[in-house]
Design a protein around this ligand. Structure first.
Ligand code: SF4
Length: 368
């Protein structure tokens, strides 16, 4: 079901290309520190001006320099000559029967990407994309069927959240808001490391959207060298898509396991600099007849010894032509029981938003 929205008119294709080729600096892709330094060096203005511009972009969600009305007209004119406000066009919002919403965006060059809003009791979690396409090739994932187009800029990642706040009506009395962010949409976040880290710093800035690091989770398929780096760079939560209990099984599901195997991945998890009272989330997509036996669960218990973690079981969400099937609920429950007996916290994530292709592993930018 689509719902009408006050969406700004899309750019025509010629101007799309022009926007892509626009060499002016993108204000929305800068952290507050970078913006302040740039404002000082390029415009000779104070740090305070940088903070003002940052607030316009990330709190008031200004989409053009002209909207920044507490800057002088002269400064706005100078800004427009050297800088632009990057980001995305919101093209469509689909709402599933269970209230999950899928936001379809278009970049200035016409590429499409998706983001999902998942309502859960007292919170709304947004699943954001970090790339258009993905190189990792997980066999259960529809995004993997898309050609890898490119990394998203920090502005394009941040703008998914700013648009979502707009859609939810933040700022009105009845407005809901995004409370949690997970980097689990299209793409492997750690394969776009610099832009992802920059987007995290922007989203966590107190002069911007001001998200707590406790409410943000970055998920990886297992890019081992970047896991430790992430832990030292930004104290966000980590989720890892494990999905198997031994190497041959994992390699058949996630080819990246040929590069960094389970031992290397689990060692990286043990060494991850976890803040106190936090745990890593181990994601396990359950595939019928592939990785869903009690024996797999017992091997998983052994593998995770010494890792401060909780386990999220995700029964596979089938899509047309998928090479896997969903396990029975009995198989999922039996698997979870083995882990619980070993004192792991286990959650079973039954799909949300399947009827609009918004469930885990179903994002394709409407392109597949
Ligand atoms: S599950 Fe994530 S890492 Fe794997 S192919 Fe899909 S988008 Fe890429």
């Amino acid at each position: 079901m689509s719902q009408p929205l006050p969406i700004p008119p899309l750019l025509a294709s010629v101007s799309d290309v022009a926007a892509e080729l626009d060499s002016r600096v993108d204000l929305k892709s800068m952290t507050r520190e970078e913006l302040s330094a740039w404002v000082r060096e390029e415009l000779g203005e104070s740090r305070f001006r940088g903070d003002q511009i940052f607030q316009w972009l990330h709190q008031k969600r200004a989409r053009e320099v002209g909207a920044m009305t507490n800057l002088s007209k002269k400064l706005r004119t100078r800004l427009e000559g050297t800088a632009r406000v990057g980001g995305l066009a919101l093209e469509d919002v689909k709402t599933a029967a269970d209230g999950t919403r899928k936001l379809l965006f278009r970049t200035a060059a016409g590429d499409r990407l998706e983001s999902v809003l998942i309502p859960m009791e007292d919170r709304i979690t947004q699943c954001v994309s970090s790339q258009i396409g993905c190189k990792i090739g997980c066999r259960f994932c529809l995004t993997a069927r898309m050609p890898m187009r490119r990394n998203l800029s920090a502005a394009e990642i941040v703008d998914q959240v700013l648009w979502a706040q707009e859609v939810l009506g933040t700022g009105t009395d009845e407005g809901e808001r995004v409370t949690n962010i997970v980097y689990m949409g299209m793409g492997e976040p750690l394969d776009n490391y610099d832009n992802v880290v920059k987007s995290l710093r922007i989203l966590m800035d107190e002069h911007g959207a001001n998200f707590s690091s406790r409410r943000i989770t970055v998920s990886t398929s297992g890019v081992v060298p970047k896991i430790a780096r992430l832990g030292h760079d930004v104290p966000v939560n980590l989720a890892v898509s494990l999905n198997a209990s031994y190497d041959a099984q994992r390699t058949s599901v996630i080819p990246i396991n040929k590069v960094w195997d389970i031992d290397q991945l689990v060692a990286a998890l043990r060494a991850f600099p976890l803040p106190p009272r936090r745990r890593i989330t181990v994601e396990y997509v359950m595939l019928a007849g592939v990785n869903d036996t009690r024996e797999d669960a017992r091997r998983l218990v052994k593998l995770l010894t010494g890792v401060r973690c909780k386990v999220n079981l995700i029964p596979f969400n089938p899509w047309p032509g998928a090479p896997y099937a969903r396990p029975t609920n009995d198989a999922v429950e039996a698997f979870g029981a083995v882990l619980k007996d070993a004192d792991y916290t286990v959650t079973i994530r039954y799909s949300k938003g399947e009827d609009i292709g918004a469930a885990c592993g179903q994002l394709d930018g409407d392109q597949v």
